[in-house]
Design a protein around this ligand. Structure first.
Ligand code: FEO
Length: 382
């Protein structure tokens, strides 16, 4: 149901607490698709919702205003999580014009076959609603080409669309009232934003210039401070932290044993380690871990003279991280012929990563000296 943010501004929902997947992200705390209502002489909605939430959405809207009174619907982004229900919603908001960029209009018509009264807007253009005005800032490829953010000058409210989002249901309307969810923001950032990190940097710069007092993204909670801009900037410009990501694939536990030995050796040095069995871990979460780790340690048993193919899906996602020169260590096992370690090395070099240590163990046998030498080489690269 609708919740008041301030006298002239409402959150219209929607939360999906039972959702456990979004764009491949594991979402243990659900998801949300935010829509906002501005009450002014010309009542205006910013962003909509998807079809499964249509009934609840209309109830939420009607709890504040008769949909026929809506004069404008601002569309920042046309992906179905925000616009899937537009055709049905327009049947109820019969007096509304759809305000969006020309590219957005094209996408709306092509995806949803809607016939609407459009008012297209451009960079820095303003739209008066009565007492307050909206100003528009297209941000192509954050996350789609038609993406835009909208700024309400009265109260300095930024409707940032996918930018500054986290896929999480509201435990409170406001981020500072929720228990920590930074790890989920990083997962969302990795798959939704990092492929477009240069455009994200530019949009974050625009947001800083606007100095919003309230940041209202289309996923997750509302921000009463600028902390989320700082986190997004860090993830776009300089995401690596002084930590290690270890990812392995094992069948007979030989590679797993080496992975654990490397982890323990690093822990003895007080190093932060994130540790993944690739078969039992979420791909996007591993992508985010790799994005934010200075060091990647990767290991596989040998199969068909190479590493296990489950790594290929991970490598495809890692390309979207657009990182070079990441310091890597490689480990693996083989029986009669070495395969996983040399193929992993080739692959990481193709990705322009920097493999600097390797340990390749026949039938999984490894000495403490092997592990120490591997660790020494990695730490010497710091
Ligand atoms: Fe939340 Fe790109 O849609």
């Amino acid at each position: 149901m609708a919740e008041k943010i301030k006298d002239n501004l409402y959150w219209l929902g929607m939360d999906n607490p039972d959702s456990r997947d979004f764009h491949g992200i594991y979402t243990p705390r659900g998801g949300s698709y935010n829509s906002y209502l501005i009450l002014d002489d010309k009542p205006t909605i910013v962003d909509l919702t998807n079809t499964p939430f249509l009934k609840s959405y209309l109830e939420s809207l009607r709890s504040v205003i008769d949909p026929k009174e809506i004069q404008y619907i601002v569309i920042n982004h046309t992906e179905p999580d925000h616009c899937g229900a537009i055709k049905e919603i327009l049947k109820h908001t019969i007096n509304a014009k759809v305000v969006c960029t020309e590219k957005c209009r094209e996408f709306l018509e092509a995806q949803f076959d809607i016939k609407a009264r459009f008012q297209t807007v451009k960079q820095d253009e303003a739209l008066g609603l009565g007492k307050c005005a909206l100003r528009f800032y297209p941000m192509p490829m954050v996350h789609w080409p038609e993406a835009m953010m909208t700024f309400m000058e009265d109260g300095k409210v930024l409707f940032s669309s996918d930018l500054f989002g986290t896929e999480i249901a509201h435990e409170s309307l406001y981020a500072d009232d929720m228990k920590d969810f930074r790890s989920l923001t990083k997962d969302y950032f990795a798959i939704v934003m990092r492929p477009f990190f240069k455009q994200v940097q530019k949009a974050a710069d625009t947001a800083i210039t606007l100095s919003p007092g309230l940041i209202c993204p289309s996923h997750g909670p509302i921000y009463r401070n600028k902390e989320i801009i700082g986190l997004y900037e860090k993830l776009a410009k300089d995401p690596e932290e002084d930590k290690f990501t270890i990812i392995y694939y094992s069948i007979w536990h030989g590679t797993e044993k080496i992975a654990k030995q490397i982890k323990e050796a690093l822990k003895k040095e007080d190093k932060k380690v994130e540790f993944f069995d690739i078969e039992r871990s979420n791909l996007v979460h591993m992508m985010a871990s790799c994005l934010t780790s200075k060091y990647l340690i990767i290991g596989s048993m040998t199969i068909a003279s190479s590493y296990h193919p489950s790594f290929d899906a991970l490598f495809s996602l890692l390309k979207l991280n657009h990182q070079k020169d990441k310091i890597c260590g490689i480990f693996g096992t083989h029986g009669w012929s070495s395969g996983s370690v040399p193929r992993l090395k080739e692959k990481l070099e193709q990705m322009e990563y920097r493999p600097i240590a390797e340990v390749d163990c026949r039938f999984g046998k490894v000495s403490e000296e092997n592990i120490e030498e591997f660790k020494r080489k990695i730490l010497a690269s710091s």
